[in-house]
Design a binder for this molecule. Structure first.
Ligand code: ADP
Ligand code: MG
Length: 396
């Protein structure tokens, strides 16, 4: 993968950086600026090299139309605060305002172009439409740096097509993400343990299938665990169940056995009569979930069991919360896993938007994890063993 070094002398050049500024907003206020912070090393490095930095980014899903609710204005303000220098925001994506902003931009200065998803060509399935938008971007800069890790699994104009038109390289964030995640996916130090959770099995079928030939142990928690328990012949009451995946899951259990991969399911569950923060919680064996209750977390014995696997591993990848961690009564399973990951000296990576958020919200020390990915879908596709278009285009 080409890095910024490969772009040569950037003094006096304008560099277009694709960042992921898809931050959570509440009433126009950024509630978590993690993605903006993650973009700073590349921006600072380019400024230090004497470049003018022009940034394209997306926010939310405006659906290819201009929508002020998805303006990058709050991001420009926050980015300016974090950098300690002004950040101009163009009024449009690649139009007259973008052109004027790019033309005025001096070395050492930073400007942001409006939300790339205001332009339907960004995500078009028609190659020529994407290429047209990419050409408009390319006309604004001398080089391109891909640093929006959250979108590198997408074949989009500002991620993929642009890299064919300008000298291009991976930014610091994309480099760090690929470097860290590939340590887990390519040649992991063993034992290699993967913990999967989250709401649905069907979201993570590809990952499970791939890991059945890679991991030494696969620990299953979260909502997806109930489809596995059902496949083992247990009743799961009102728990999240994907009936149509039970057969697939049975197949996974056989493959695991054949490949000598340990498939570890929860041995107990925290159940409640309804999906609510204040629902009365009880711990039951995983084989005895009452008919009128739903499993909303793995139980304490499962938490200990999973922690033991983590403490005995050399590489651990985690994707998906163990329970409904948003409700305090059902956050303990996720806490048990996060605490073990925090404690171990082994190589630990966390992927998945909600899992990364859980680490922060539940108050764990992010610096004790080897890597917390900024990209949910992209990190999942790497775990699946897929080639990401936005990365492939940066290879020589
Ligand atoms: P990630 O973003 O880390 O990949 P997912 O999006 O797959 O994770 O799943 C996260 C969601 O799964 C959380 O909002 C959590 O509340 C939910 N979840 C976890 N366990 C359960 C459960 N037992 N029942 C219902 N939802 C669950
Ligand atoms: Mg999620």
């Amino acid at each position: 993968m080409r890095t910024i070094d490969s772009l040569g002398d950037l003094d006096g050049k304008t560099v277009l950086v694709r960042s992921d500024f898809n931050v959570p907003l509440k009433d126009g206020v950024i509630t978590d600026d993690g993605r903006i912070r993650a973009a700073l090393p590349t921006i600072r490095r380019l400024l230090d090299a004497g470049a003018a930095v022009l940034i394209s980014a997306h926010l939310g899903r405006p659906g290819g139309k201009v929508n002020p609710d998805f303006s990058l204005a709050p991001v420009a303000t926050r980015l300016s605060e974090l950098l300690g220098q002004p950040v101009v925001l163009a009024d449009d994506v690649t139009g007259d305002s973008a052109k004027a902003v790019a033309a005025d931009l001096k070395p050492g200065q930073v400007a942001l172009l409006e939300n790339v998803r205001f332009d339907a060509r960004e995500t078009s399935k028609v190659d020529t439409e994407r290429q047209e938008l990419a050409a408009e971007y390319a006309a604004l800069a001398d080089a391109y740096v891909s640093d929006g890790f959250g979108v590198v699994h997408r074949k989009q104009a500002s991620v993929y097509d642009i890299a064919e038109l300008l000298p291009s390289a991976a930014g610091e964030l994309v480099f760090k993400e690929i470097d860290s995640l590939s340590k887990a996916t390519d040649n992991p130090a063993r034992p290699y343990v993967v913990i999967l959770g989250g709401s649905k099995v069907s979201d993570k079928l590809g990952v499970i299938a791939n890991l059945l030939s890679k991991a030494d142990a696969l620990l299953i928690g979260g909502g997806m665990a109930y489809t596995f328990l059902k496949a083992q012949g247990f009743e799961v009451g009102k728990s999240l169940l994907e009936e149509d995946q039970v057969e697939t899951v049975k197949g996974y259990m056989e493959t695991a056995k054949k490949n000598g991969v340990e498939l570890v399911l929860p041995v107990d569950a925290v159940v409640a009569p309804e999906f609510a923060a204040d629902a009365p919680a009880t711990v039951v064996p995983a084989s005895e979930i009452p008919e009128d209750q739903m499993g909303l977390d793995i139980g304490p014995a499962s938490g200990e069991l999973f922690a033991e696997y983590i403490m005995n591993a050399k590489t651990i990848a985690w994707n998906g919360p163990m329970g409904v961690f948003e409700f305090e009564a059902f956050a303990n399973g996720t806490k048990a896993v996060a605490a073990a990951l925090e404690a171990t000296e082994a190589f630990t990576v966390v992927g998945g938007g909600d899992s990364a958020a859980a680490v922060r919200i539940l108050g764990f020390d992010e610096s004790k994890f080897s890597h917390i990915s900024t990209g949910g879908g992209a990190s999942l596709e790497l775990l699946e063993g897929k080639t990401l278009p936005g990365i492939a285009i940066l290879e020589d």
